[in-house]
Write a protein that binds this ligand. Sequence first.
Ligand code: GDD
Ligand code: MG
Length: 363
Amino acid sequence: MKAVVLVGGEGTRLRPLTWSTPKPLLPIANIAFLERQLAWLESYGVDEVVLSMGYLPDAFHRHFPEGRFGGVTLRYAVEEKPLGTAGGIRFAAEGITERFVVCNGDVLTGLDLAAMVEFHEARGAEASIYLCQVDDPSAFGVVPTRDDGEVVGFIEKPPRDQAPTNWINAGTYVLEPSVLDRIPPRINVSIEREVFPRMVEAPGALYAFHYDGYWLDIGTPEKYLQAHHDLLRGALPGTLAPGAVERAPGVWTQGEVHIDPTAVLEAPLLVGAGSVIGAGARISDSVLGSGVRVEADSVVVRSVLFDGATVGGGEVLDSVVGSGSTIGHGAGLSDVTIVGPGVTVDGGSRISGGRVPADDPRG
Ligand code: GDD
Ligand code: MG
């Protein structure tokens, strides 16, 4: 089976991390998000994936220099200007003449894709949408259905009090190739605002598969941290990180790490290869990439430190530190502060809910 993964968005809500790295290539517990998604697709027999790209396409070429991941062959469809979700699918699916799968490139899920394809087949649907349930549907596509799953409306991001249900578009579709004929070529078209609402008018064309397993859109800083919190707690069993060994209950390490005997490690925790944790440091509920240095007496709680980051005796709470960045002695990050790659935060500074740098570092 073939799939199109939409990875063309700019990931604006995850800046400054996404100034240089597209959202699907950000690590989630030390594995690029897209690799998790490709492994999931492969486990359901997907063997060819077209990446529908626009923003920072070279980063994907660099990440997969062989043009493959495991048993999945990758093809690249690069838009000159953003074509939107449906325009992107139409462009990327050029040449696909059989049933295929489409995924948003930022959704972490344990969806049973085989069961969804079976549902699609049984209904004789032209398109099927995976739906999950959330408390506040206003940030999503809201999808009311009949009892048999036929979609009766598709309302993208309605005001909270106007959502008819809390079952939302979870960002995975099974499509027959005829759906492509519903999308005009070479222009910006939204599948959520244009294609699906129009398909609602065609009886028997559009169905929705309700599935209440784990689901998270990683696209905001809060949700990005949440994804780590959830994976550390086994939300998607068997997929924490390659080579991770549980050396104490809930404390996972990859490869060789150096942990001072006076450091306090509180589960759950993942420490990447080659990381060094100094005397008296305290780390809990966090993910450290490879080659991270948490120096003496630092505190790291509910945070994510990318490869090569250093915490030089400061405090990092509920925050993300980009690759190779240094948090100086006595500095404090808190309340979902996001530090981009290659940044030095001066010793003694306090940042709460900040973005460092605040603007595009490339000028
Ligand atoms: N190729 C391409 N071209 N991809 C794009 C473009 C584009 O112009 N615009 C966005 N994308 C990709 C993004 O990279 C992302 O993977 C996906 O399309 C969805 O875009 P988001 O920006 O993440 O949308 P959203 O999260 O606000 O809403 C979407 O996802 C929700 C579930 O997480 C919608 O599909 C909602 O209906 C849905 O509920
Ligand atoms: Mg999203």
